[in-house]
Write a protein that binds this ligand. Sequence first.
Ligand SMILES: NC(=O)c1ccc[n+]([C@@H]2O[C@H](COP(=O)([O-])OP(=O)(O)OC[C@H]3O[C@@H](n4cnc5c(N)ncnc54)[C@H](O)[C@@H]3O)[C@@H](O)[C@H]2O)c1
Ligand SMILES: N[C@H](CO)Cc1c[nH]c[nH+]1
Ligand SMILES: [Zn+2]
Length: 427
Amino acid sequence: MNIQRLTDELSIRRQLADGTDQQLQAVKEIIQAVRTEGDAALFRFSKKWDKAELSALKVTPEEIQQAAERFDPQLLADLTEAADNIRSYHEGQQQQGYRRDRADGSYVAQRVTAIESAGLYVPGGTAAYPSSVLMNVIPAQVAGVGRIVVVSPPDSEGNLSDGVLVAAHILGIEELYKTGGAQAIAALAYGTESIQPVDKITGPGNIFVALAKREVNGDVAIDMIAGPSEIAIIADDSAYADEVAADLLSQAEHDPLASAVLLTESRALAEQVAEQVKSQLTTLPREAIAAASIRDHGAIYVADNRADLIRAANQLAPEHLEIMTEDAEAVAEQIDHAGAIFIGRYSSEPIGDYFAGTNHVLPTNSTARFSSALSVYDFVKRTSIVHYSEQAWRENQEKIARLARLEDLEAHARAVESRAWKKESQS
Ligand SMILES: NC(=O)c1ccc[n+]([C@@H]2O[C@H](COP(=O)([O-])OP(=O)(O)OC[C@H]3O[C@@H](n4cnc5c(N)ncnc54)[C@H](O)[C@@H]3O)[C@@H](O)[C@H]2O)c1
Ligand SMILES: N[C@H](CO)Cc1c[nH]c[nH+]1
Ligand SMILES: [Zn+2]
């Protein structure tokens, strides 16, 4: 791992945000093929990218039941406990409507309702992600979404992993399809013979999924761009280099495009962490992926002082930010831009990936400057409501008509005044 300038890392980010021209072109062609060919395109792309010969896209209740029956009971208990933690955290996000009444009998209000249908992407290319089933589905359920559709790419046998099926089983999901990548996003956005389109698409995925979500945005709503994983760690000499390195590698193993950055004022720690990353890397089953990620998107930034360190972290706006310093909570107070913050030595990032209850679907590519973790808020909409009484109308109609004429909108003014026409003729 090279000790390099943070600015290099940021320029890597900007390129990733757009993908390469080739990747973007491929995604556009995949979306077009799904729009014109429907299911046939989904079968064809599954064969090409997942090496799977599918006979049907929809997972059957028997497949889910059989997976549940052969699943390790301890793992079932672990997934269930994680689901409980996630549900408890997200229930805190439930929103009520509100109403402001006035003495003249008028009121304005806001009503909160769930979106009708949501399509949730669960990654499955280089690894299966049962945890992403929980992270997508639970906020949608807490919000009260009517139709929840889960898509995930199959393995080369044409199956979803038992973990994904069992997570769906725990949550009572009935609409689950074996399709992934850009083609799954297109199917959710535009529909095929097997998959009815949805109102909103959420969930994380690789660069093809991220680019496809960006392409269909507007025809359908999306949550955010949750692309290849990222971790940044602020650490001082109180941190243990082996623990810092382990946490950096935890995200590097997701994807060759994942990024891992250490931010520190200590050159000694920087050197120890670089050594640790090198030696721990060789012991990982996913060594090749992690090595590519560290080589191409790994960085150690040695800051001049604390202010420089904080500025660098905020500039990166990473998906995950760990803080392992003596005054970790005070440092956290100064972070304005990060998808999720992990405070202190014992808050290793995978705790958030699986168990704490917070959502692991998080904005990447510095979009934490303006985007947030997936949440219940993503699955609701707010409708504003106006009720004017006769008294309220009478007292305010002239002001409203004047404001309309200020904008040269005569029909607006007359609409408000039109109630007077009848009142005058009746009196
Ligand atoms: N930001 C977050 O919140 C978050 C959370 C979890 C996972 N992730 C990320 O999700 C990603 C999972 O990636 P994955 O690849 O394992 O699974 P994935 O399901 O995202 O992608 C697999 C699919 O990509 C498509 N694909 C692969 N190569 C292609 C090519 N050359 N051209 C066109 N399509 C192609 C195929 O359709 C395949 O089914 C990782 O990047 C991980 O870091 C992010
Ligand atoms: N770290 C990922 C988000 O970037 C989420 C995840 C799922 N499984 C393991 N990790
Ligand atoms: Zn992870």
